[in-house]
Design a protein around this ligand. Structure first.
Ligand SMILES: [Zn+2]
Length: 86
């Protein structure tokens, strides 16, 4: 399971992901690399038979936290086919 910082891993549409106003290209490139790494890493783990769960930083803040933990609990205990989409 990964916990992703909303900024560092480009959580699209999240209020914690704000494009920096200075050195925008630098940041976009850096974060783009992070996202590409995430995808590669997760793909690799899935190939090895792992189930990959991603939790965003903002999902662990109240008031979302409780719902997130519930979702994780179901994801971990439900058979793969019943995994909840978030
Ligand atoms: Zn977020």
């Amino acid at each position: 399971m990964f916990v992703h910082g909303c900024f560092w891993h480009r959580h699209e549409g999240c209020r914690y992901f704000v494009v920096p106003k200075t050195r925008t290209d630098f940041w976009m490139e850096k974060i783009g690399r992070n996202v590409a790494n995430d995808e590669r890493q997760q793909e690799e783990l899935r190939k090895q038979g792992w189930r990959v769960l991603v939790v965003w930083e903002c999902e662990l803040r109240p008031p979302q936290r409780e719902r997130t933990l519930e979702r994780l609990f179901y994801s971990l205990t439900a058979p793969e086919s019943e995994e909840l989409e978030c």
